[in-house]
Write a protein that binds this ligand. Structure first.
Ligand SMILES: CCCCCCCCCCCCCCCC(=O)SCCNC(=O)CCNC(=O)[C@H](O)C(C)(C)COP(=O)(O)OP(=O)(O)OC[C@H]1O[C@@H](n2cnc3c(N)ncnc32)[C@H](O)[C@@H]1OP(=O)(O)O
Length: 203
């Protein structure tokens, strides 16, 4: 597992960092496994009742620590996937200011049909990966203005795929990024995005 820092950094101009408890990263991984297991299962009535009771207990435990956006942990961890269990996790193997290379594996929860990843999971992955990359390397905060996806061939689930992101150019407040997913040599997806640096005072 990727090493977990002990605190969340301030991505926006917000108060004090939040402490990450021991075991939280493992819990996030378990939660992703739960989503895969849920998708892959065909429980009988008794198994459904048991699973439902356990999930109800889990909800009760988590609700005890419900908090605001700036204190929550999910989506804010400075690690691959950011602790956001909805998003396919891109593991970065190498990165410069201009290019990022890594891997992604779409688990069973991202199944569209017949072994192929859902067409909506792919832009979700790119928005997050582009968003992180476009905002990395000391660059000022920018938001996605547009995102374009070309599905060139089927993207398989449960397969280690390579992801490449490129920071193509910057024109004033506009940042242009492109990327692709490959299964071995086979091109699965091409993507491009426009990120716009926020105007002073914009949130
Ligand atoms: C959220 C970030 C957290 C960062 C923290 C640290 C990172 C931690 C990791 C986080 C990883 C997750 C990252 C998720 C990233 C999202 O998903 S962000 C959420 C999705 N995006 C949004 O909600 C954005 C909604 N839209 C907006 O807020 C505004 O439209 C925008 C995009 C800020 C632009 O508004 P604006 O600043 O008023 O821009 P404006 O002055 O109208 O236009 C500027 C230029 O851009 C052009 N332009 C504007 N929109 C478009 C467009 N759609 N198409 C083409 N051109 C356009 C204009 O024509 C203009 O061109 P020029 O005349 O200068 O040549």
């Amino acid at each position: 597992m990727d090493p977990l820092p002990t605190h969340i950094p301030n991505w926006w101009d917000k108060p004090a960092p939040v402490t990450i408890p021991d075991g939280y990263a493992d819990f996030v991984e378990q939660f992703r496994t739960l989503q895969d297991a849920m998708t892959a299962a065909a429980p009988d009535a008794e198994q459904t009742r048991t699973a439902s009771r356990l999930v109800a207990e889990l909800i009760e435990v988590l609700k005890q620590s419900e908090t605001d956006e700036w204190s929550q942990l999910s989506g804010r961890l400075p690690v691959p996937g950011r602790g956001q269990t909805l998003i396919p996790v891109v593991h970065i193997n190498s990165e410069t200011e201009h290019e990022s290379r890594g891997t992604v594996r779409f688990g069973r929860q991202f199944l569209g049909g017949n072994g192929a990843a859902h067409g909506g999971a792919i832009p979700l992955m790119f928005d997050d990966a582009f968003g992180r990359f476009a905002n990395a390397h000391g660059r000022a905060i920018a938001r996605t203005a547009n995102l374009h996806i070309d599905y060139r061939s089927v993207t398989p689930i449960d397969t280690d795929l390579t992801v490449t992101l490129r920071f193509d150019r910057e024109e004033g407040r506009k940042r242009y990024v492109t990327g692709e997913i490959r299964d071995g040599d086979r091109l699965c997806v091409e993507a491009s995005g426009l990120f716009i640096v926020l105007k002073p005072g914009a949130a």
